[in-house]
Design a protein around this ligand. Structure first.
Ligand SMILES: [Mg+2]
Length: 161
């Protein structure tokens, strides 16, 4: 390799930037999409409308992580269908068997989830504002406006945009 020998290594500068980024945790099932099932096998991942574009935009300014209460084996399978592109960090029930997703456990600034359960639990600790509750993919509310969830996430994490 050749190149300038002075100045900070680019990788270290980049690393520091990632470290300082705000963190958004995403739930998996019915938040980002649903698994494609053939018989007893999971053969793919059906991303919900607007998902890839949203994650592409967010990952410029935020560190994205996946937080599922499904088993690690399932999470890894789904990651292998393309979600690895956005999520280098993921958490499953195997490592994090928490009854509710407390954002403080993963130092997350936000959690995007289709389940109201986590926000309800968090409100007891005054943390409700960190929870972005989105309509479940395929629910009647979602079907009526399939991109509403994208707008909800973006307005919650970038309130001044
Ligand atoms: Mg879910």
């Amino acid at each position: 390799m050749s190149g300038p020998s002075s100045g900070p290594p680019v990788s270290l500068t980049f690393g520091k930037g990632r470290h300082n980024m705000r963190r958004i945790a995403f739930d998996l099932d019915e938040t980002l999409g649903v698994p494609v099932i053939d018989g007893r096998d999971i053969v793919g991942w059906q991303m919900r409308p607007g998902c890839a574009e949203l994650l592409d935009r967010l990952q410029v300014s935020f560190f994205l992580l996946l937080w599922s209460v499904s088993p690690r084996r399932y999470v890894d399978k789904v990651l292998s269908f393309g979600l690895k592109r956005w999520f280098s960090e993921s958490h499953s029930w195997d490592e994090m068997p928490a009854r509710w997703k407390d954002v403080r456990l993963l130092k997350a600034d936000f959690l995007v989830d289709d389940s109201p359960h986590h926000r309800q639990a968090a409100e007891q600790f005054g943390l409700g504002a960190a929870y972005v509750l989105v309509p479940a993919y395929g629910s009647p509310e979602d079907a009526a406006d399939p991109l509403a969830w994208v707008r909800m996430v973006e307005s919650a994490v970038t309130p001044n945009a």
